[in-house]
Write a protein that binds this ligand. Sequence first.
Ligand SMILES: [Zn+2]
Length: 237
Amino acid sequence: MADLDKLWLWQEARKDYRREEERLHKNPTYFELKKAKKEILAVEATVEEHEKRLRELGEKLASAELRCTDLKNKIQLLSNRLYSGDTKNLKELAGLQQQVEVMKKELESTEEELLQQSIQHDELREQFSQIKAGLKEEKNRYRERLAAYNAWKSEVETNLGILQAECSRLETEVNPDLMRLYLEMTARYGDSVLARLENNLCTACRVRVPTLLTKELHQGYGLVRCENCGRILYWRN
Ligand SMILES: [Zn+2]
């Protein structure tokens, strides 16, 4: 029965199609890439946070530097007045002296603060450049893997297209009544309604098929179903 040949080919093409489809949807690389992308985004957020902190610290440093310069200038001016000999009034001199002392103390603490901040700034910049280098490497790896995955995916999709066309073509060539029966039987047998006969065994349930039935099958008259599982038996030399 030529129809069974077509139906068999159709069933096998459909199984191949399902297998390819499963391969496409269950590829662990897809999930790994998704996870890697999420991680990259998280690191990028950290980088942004770092950039913000570095910027803020840089601004603090600049303002502390300005404050130091300003204090040094003021101390210089006051010292000039103090030692120029122009001011004779003792109270005024004592006042100037006190102002100089206060400013010197402030200068000292601002310089100390500046030093601490600049150490912190350098440490942060070092950490930041390491994170950035790591991120760059991670992104490169991700891009390479993604490109490989996409190439693989498009190959599988091409296969799927070919198999789909093959299924559609065969489907139109099978007797519609037989196709209807087959589709009804898929409710019970899934994608394996046809079972091959091999060494007088049904390949689906591995039960021996009686000689009478195998004879009928070999003669090619009508449909022969496995007495055990009920599938349609298919046989070809
Ligand atoms: Zn069987």
